[in-house]
Design a protein around this ligand. Structure first.
Ligand code: FES
Length: 132
Protein backbone atom coordinates (compact mmCIF):
# COMPACT_ATOMS: atom_id res chain seq x y z
CA UNK A 1 0.00 0.00 0.00
CA UNK A 2 1.30 3.42 -0.84
CA UNK A 3 0.36 6.79 0.59
CA UNK A 4 0.69 10.20 -0.96
CA UNK A 5 2.57 12.74 1.16
CA UNK A 6 3.59 16.22 0.00
CA UNK A 7 3.47 15.03 -3.58
CA UNK A 8 5.61 11.97 -2.88
CA UNK A 9 4.64 8.34 -2.80
CA UNK A 10 5.40 6.65 0.50
CA UNK A 11 5.19 2.86 0.55
CA UNK A 12 3.70 1.62 3.77
CA UNK A 13 2.62 -1.53 5.51
CA UNK A 14 -0.67 -1.50 7.39
CA UNK A 15 -1.37 -4.45 9.68
CA UNK A 16 -4.06 -5.55 12.07
CA UNK A 17 -2.10 -7.44 14.67
CA UNK A 18 -2.24 -8.37 18.33
CA UNK A 19 -5.78 -8.16 19.71
CA UNK A 20 -6.99 -6.29 16.65
CA UNK A 21 -4.48 -3.47 17.06
CA UNK A 22 -3.60 -1.63 13.85
CA UNK A 23 0.07 -0.93 13.13
CA UNK A 24 1.62 0.97 10.25
CA UNK A 25 5.22 1.23 9.09
CA UNK A 26 7.07 2.66 6.17
CA UNK A 27 7.69 -0.22 3.81
CA UNK A 28 11.37 0.54 3.83
CA UNK A 29 14.03 -1.80 5.17
CA UNK A 30 16.44 -0.06 7.57
CA UNK A 31 19.30 -2.08 6.07
CA UNK A 32 19.40 -0.55 2.59
CA UNK A 33 16.28 1.57 2.27
CA UNK A 34 14.42 -0.64 -0.19
CA UNK A 35 10.88 -1.97 -0.03
CA UNK A 36 10.54 -5.13 2.03
CA UNK A 37 8.73 -6.84 -0.84
CA UNK A 38 10.65 -5.38 -3.74
CA UNK A 39 9.35 -7.76 -6.38
CA UNK A 40 5.78 -7.77 -5.19
CA UNK A 41 6.49 -10.81 -3.04
CA UNK A 42 4.71 -11.63 0.19
CA UNK A 43 5.31 -9.34 3.16
CA UNK A 44 5.41 -12.16 5.71
CA UNK A 45 7.73 -15.09 6.24
CA UNK A 46 6.44 -18.60 5.67
CA UNK A 47 5.25 -18.96 9.26
CA UNK A 48 3.43 -15.60 8.97
CA UNK A 49 5.01 -14.53 12.27
CA UNK A 50 7.34 -11.82 10.95
CA UNK A 51 7.52 -9.23 8.21
CA UNK A 52 10.20 -10.28 5.76
CA UNK A 53 12.61 -8.23 3.71
CA UNK A 54 13.14 -10.31 0.63
CA UNK A 55 16.41 -8.61 -0.32
CA UNK A 56 18.57 -10.11 2.43
CA UNK A 57 16.06 -11.98 4.58
CA UNK A 58 15.69 -9.65 7.57
CA UNK A 59 12.73 -10.48 9.82
CA UNK A 60 10.74 -7.82 11.67
CA UNK A 61 8.37 -8.23 14.59
CA UNK A 62 4.95 -6.95 13.45
CA UNK A 63 4.00 -5.56 16.85
CA UNK A 64 6.81 -2.98 17.01
CA UNK A 65 8.87 -3.29 13.80
CA UNK A 66 11.99 -4.58 15.58
CA UNK A 67 14.39 -6.49 13.33
CA UNK A 68 14.87 -9.80 15.14
CA UNK A 69 17.06 -11.45 12.51
CA UNK A 70 19.16 -10.27 9.62
CA UNK A 71 21.78 -7.69 8.73
CA UNK A 72 19.91 -4.83 10.47
CA UNK A 73 19.25 -6.75 13.70
CA UNK A 74 18.15 -4.40 16.47
CA UNK A 75 16.97 -1.68 14.09
CA UNK A 76 13.29 -0.87 13.66
CA UNK A 77 11.02 -0.18 10.75
CA UNK A 78 9.88 3.44 10.78
CA UNK A 79 6.58 3.43 12.64
CA UNK A 80 3.66 5.52 11.46
CA UNK A 81 0.79 6.53 13.71
CA UNK A 82 -2.31 4.52 12.90
CA UNK A 83 -5.65 5.33 14.47
CA UNK A 84 -8.87 3.45 13.87
CA UNK A 85 -12.10 5.38 14.33
CA UNK A 86 -15.45 3.73 13.60
CA UNK A 87 -13.83 1.18 11.31
CA UNK A 88 -11.73 3.66 9.36
CA UNK A 89 -7.96 3.69 9.75
CA UNK A 90 -6.12 6.97 9.53
CA UNK A 91 -2.34 6.96 9.22
CA UNK A 92 -0.14 9.88 10.21
CA UNK A 93 3.51 10.55 9.58
CA UNK A 94 5.16 11.49 12.90
CA UNK A 95 6.72 14.99 12.68
CA UNK A 96 10.26 13.74 13.37
CA UNK A 97 10.00 11.17 10.58
CA UNK A 98 8.52 13.77 8.21
CA UNK A 99 11.48 16.06 8.92
CA UNK A 100 13.88 13.19 8.33
CA UNK A 101 12.27 12.37 4.99
CA UNK A 102 12.36 16.01 3.89
CA UNK A 103 16.11 16.08 4.63
CA UNK A 104 16.65 12.89 2.68
CA UNK A 105 15.44 13.97 -0.73
CA UNK A 106 17.32 11.11 -2.36
CA UNK A 107 15.42 8.69 -0.18
CA UNK A 108 12.09 10.17 -1.20
CA UNK A 109 13.02 9.85 -4.87
CA UNK A 110 14.04 6.24 -4.26
CA UNK A 111 10.66 5.57 -2.69
CA UNK A 112 9.00 6.79 -5.85
CA UNK A 113 11.09 4.36 -7.93
CA UNK A 114 10.68 1.01 -6.20
CA UNK A 115 12.49 -0.84 -8.96
CA UNK A 116 15.67 1.21 -8.58
CA UNK A 117 18.36 -1.26 -7.58
CA UNK A 118 21.13 -0.32 -5.15
CA UNK A 119 24.10 0.89 -7.14
CA UNK A 120 21.91 1.98 -10.04
CA UNK A 121 22.27 5.57 -11.26
CA UNK A 122 21.01 7.86 -8.56
CA UNK A 123 18.13 10.29 -8.57
CA UNK A 124 18.34 13.59 -10.31
CA UNK A 125 17.55 16.94 -8.75
CA UNK A 126 14.41 18.85 -9.80
CA UNK A 127 16.53 20.91 -12.22
CA UNK A 128 17.73 17.72 -13.93
CA UNK A 129 21.25 17.77 -12.47
CA UNK A 130 22.63 14.73 -10.69
CA UNK A 131 23.32 15.18 -6.96
CA UNK A 132 26.87 14.40 -5.83
S1 FES B 1 17.79 -4.65 2.32
FE1 FES B 1 16.49 -5.58 3.79
S2 FES B 1 17.75 -7.05 4.74
FE2 FES B 1 19.06 -6.06 3.33
Amino acid sequence: MDALWEGHTLPMVLLRWTQGRVCAYLNLCPHMGVRLNRSGSALFDRGRRHLLCTTHGALFRPSDGLCVSGPCGGDHLDALEAVEVFGQVQVFLPPALADQLRRQRGLITALESPTTAPGAPGPSAPDGSTPE
